[in-house]
Design a protein around this ligand. Structure first.
Ligand SMILES: Cc1cc2nc3c(=O)[nH]c(=O)nc-3n(C[C@H](O)[C@H](O)[C@H](O)COP(=O)(O)OP(=O)(O)OC[C@H]3O[C@@H](n4cnc5c(N)ncnc54)[C@H](O)[C@@H]3O)c2cc1C
Length: 489
C-alpha cells in the first residue's frame, strides 16, 4: 500500500457494519478510515480485539509462519521477540493496531450477530444481535474468520466424564495441570504447540492421535536485545526477511513441485529421528504425502516424546467413562483431565449465521453444496455483502491474503460511491465460472487429493477452504474489478 492510498474524500454516506474484530475486521476498519469511509461499526461477539489470537490462549500458542510476514504491510513490526511470534505478542500487536489507528471507538464488544437479512427496496441489511437488538447497514463486511466454531469429537461417553474437560481453543487456565493425569484428544496444530508445554508440569499425558502430521523444524532462536534495538533503528533487515518469506511461501504453498515436496518431506522425516523409542517414531511418521494437510512447525514437539510422562496412543478411542479413556484394544487409561484438541468447524463460513439474501434465500440453501464465492469475497444473491477470509482463500500468510481482500472491497465501495450505485451483487454465472476454474486448479494439486484433509472440505466433499495458487496470483486477480461480473442497482 502506498501513501496515496490514503484519500481525504469524506465518503461517510454509506453505513457499513463489519462483523468481527479479528485481524480481518481491524484491517478493514483501518483502510476504511484511510480512504474516507468513517461511518462504520465493528461488531465483535468477544470482549476485545484480536480474533484467533484473543480466543486461543493455550500454552505454546504461536504463529506457524514467520511473523515478519504475519503483520500488516502498513504496520510492519520490527521487533518480534523471536522469528515466530507468540500468541501474547500477536495479541498485543493487534491491540496496538486497534488503538493506534483509532478503531476502538468503532468497536462494539459483546455484540454477537446471529442473523442478517437483506431488504431489497431499502438496499440495506438488518443484522440481529444475540441480545435481540438490531443494526442496519448498507454494506456488511463479514470478518468472522474460519476458525471460530470449536469442533468436538463424537465419542461415546464424552459427556459422562466427571473430571475437568475443556477445548484447547478455550483453555481453562483456572485448572492447574501440575501432577495431573491428562488425556489429549487430537494431535494437530494446537496439540503440537501445547503438548510440549504441558508435559513439563503434568504427571502423565496420553496423547491420542488419529493422524500423524508433518512437523517441520524452524529457525526460531530468540533475538538478543542488541538485535532488537538494531531492528528498531533500521528495520531494513526485517523488511528484507519479510520479502524473502513471502517469496518462499509463494513458491511452496501450492505444493506443485514434487522435488520441493520430497525435499521438505525428507526434512520432516529426519526431524522424527530425535525420538528415541522406535515404536513411537514409527507412529509419528505421517502416512500421507507432505502438503496434503497444512504442514506444522515445532522444534520441541518430537523431543517431548523422550520424556517418560508422554505416551503416544494410536489405538482409536472406543469410549470415555467418568474417569478414563478406553481404546479399541480394551486398554483403559485413568485420567482426571481431558483436553480436546480436535480443531474447529472450518468450512461453514457465513452459514454459521442465518443470512438471508435476495428473494428470501437463506445462505445455507444457496450453499447446499458447500460455501462458494467469487474471489472468496462476494457470493451471488447476497448484495453488498463482502467476506474476508472467505471460501477458498486459505493458504499462505492469511494477513497478506486479507489485505488483498480488503483492497478489493474498497474498490467496490469507491466505485459504488463514485457512480451512485446502491447495491452490487456478483452474477451467478461469473461466480460459477470462477469456481469451476478454482476447483480444476485444486484437483491439479495432487497432494490435496490424498484424502487426509477433512477440514478443507464441505460435507459434500468439495474443498472449500483452500486457495490453489500463490498469494501474488490472488493479489493480481483481486486488484481490479471486472464490472461485467456484477449486477448493480
Ligand atoms: C491456533 C491458530 C493458529 C493460527 N496460526 C496462523 C498462522 O501462523 N499463520 C496464518 O496465516 N494464520 C494462522 N491462523 C489462522 C488465523 O485465524 C488467521 O491468520 C487470522 O486470525 C484470521 O483473521 P480473521 O479476522 O479473519 O478471523 P479471526 O481471527 O478468527 O477473527 C474473527 C473474529 O470474528 C468474531 N466473530 C465471529 N462470529 C461472530 C459473530 N457472529 N458476531 C460477532 N463477532 C463474530 C470472532 O469472535 C473473532 O473475534 C491460525 C489460526 C488458529 C486458530
Amino acid at each position: 500500500m502506498d501513501a496515496d492510498d490514503v484519500d481525504a474524500t469524506n465518503r461517510g454516506s454509506k453505513r457499513i457494519a463489519i462483523i468481527g474484530a479479528g485481524p480481518g475486521g481491524l484491517c478493514m476498519g483501518k483502510r476504511l478510515l484511510d480512504v474516507g469511509f468513517d461511518n462504520f461499526v465493528i461488531l465483535e461477539r468477544g470482549a476485545g480485539v484480536g480474533g484467533t489470537w484473543n480466543f486461543n490462549r493455550y500454552p505454546g500458542c504461536e504463529c506457524d509462519i514467520p511473523s515478519a510476514l504475519y503483520s500488516f504491510s502498513f504496520a510492519v513490526k520490527p521487533d518480534w521477540s523471536k522469528p515466530y511470534g507468540t500468541q501474547p505478542e500477536i495479541l498485543a500487536y493487534m491491540e496496538d493496531i486497534a488503538e493506534r489507528f483509532g478503531l476502538l471507538k468503532h468497536c462494539r464488544f459483546g455484540a454477537a450477530v446471529t442473523s442478517a437479512v437483506w431488504d431489497e427496496s431499502a438496499a440495506e441489511w438488518t443484522l440481529t444481535l444475540a441480545d435481540g437488538s438490531h443494526v442496519t447497514a448498507n454494506i456488511v463486511v463479514s470478518a468472522i474468520g474460519m476458525f471460530n466454531g470449536l469442533a468436538w469429537p463424537s465419542i461415546d461417553g464424552l459427556d459422562a466424564f466427571s473430571g475437568t474437560m475443556f477445548h484447547s481453543g478455550h483453555w481453562n487456565w483456572d485448572h492447574d495441570l501440575a501432577g495431573r493425569r491428562v488425556a489429549v484428544i487430537g494431535s494437530a496444530a494446537s496439540a503440537v504447540q501445547f503438548v510440549p508445554e504441558i508435559v513439563q508440569v503434568a504427571g502423565q499425558v496420553h496423547l491420542f492421535q488419529r493422524t500423524a502430521n508433518w512437523v517441520m523444524p524452524k529457525p526460531d532462536t530468540a533475538f538478543t536485545e542488541d538485535e532488537l534495538r538494531a531492528f528498531r533503528a533500521d528495520p531494513s533487515p526485517v523488511l528484507a526477511f519479510r520479502a524473502e518469506v513471502e517469496s518462499n511461501i509463494n513458491k511452496g504453498m501450492t505444493f506443485a513441485f514434487p522435488e520441493v515436496n520430497a525435499e521438505r518431506e525428507a526434512i520432516g522425516r529426519a526431524a522424527i529421528d530425535v525420538v528415541e523409542d522406535p515404536q513411537t517414531r514409527r507412529k509419528l511418521l505421517p502416512d500421507h504425502p507432505f502438503g496434503c494437510k497444512r504442514p506444522l512447525t515445532s522444534n520441541v514437539y518430537y523431543p517431548a516424546f523422550n520424556r517418560p510422562n508422554l505416551e503416544l496412543v494410536t489405538e482409536p478411542i472406543e469410549r470415555i467413562t467418568s474417569d478414563s479413556v478406553i481404546t479399541a484394544d480394551g486398554a483403559e487409561r485413568t485420567v482426571d483431565t481431558i483436553i480436546v484438541a480436535t480443531g474447529y468447524t472450518a468450512s461453514r463460513y457465513l452459514s454459521a449465521l442465518d443470512v438471508v439474501g435476495r428473494d428470501g434465500v437463506h445462505i445455507t440453501d444457496a450453499w447446499h453444496d458447500g460455501a462458494e464465492a467469487h474471489l472468496g469475497i462476494t457470493t451471488a444473491g447476497f448484495p453488498n455483502l463482502f467476506m474476508l477470509y472467505g471460501p477458498n482463500t486459505n493458504n499462505g500468510s492469511i494477513l497478506t491474503m486479507i489485505e488483498y481482500q480488503v483492497e478489493h472491497v474498497l474498490s467496490h465501495l469507491r466505485r459504488m460511491d463514485d457512480d451512485g450505485i446502491r447495491w452490487v451483487d456478483v452474477k451467478a454465472d461469473a461466480m460459477r465460472a470462477y469456481n469451476d476454474e478454482i476447483q480444476e486448479a485444486i484437483a491439479a494439486v495432487v497432494v490435496w487429493q490424498a484424502g487426509c484433509n477433512g477440514y478443507y472440505r464441505s460435507p459434500s466433499g468439495r474443498i472449500v477452504t483452500q486457495w490453489p495458487h500463490s498469494m501474488t496470483e490472488f493479489q493480481r486477480r483481486t486488484a481490479v474489478i471486472d464490472p461485467t461480473a456484477y449486477e448493480v442497482g
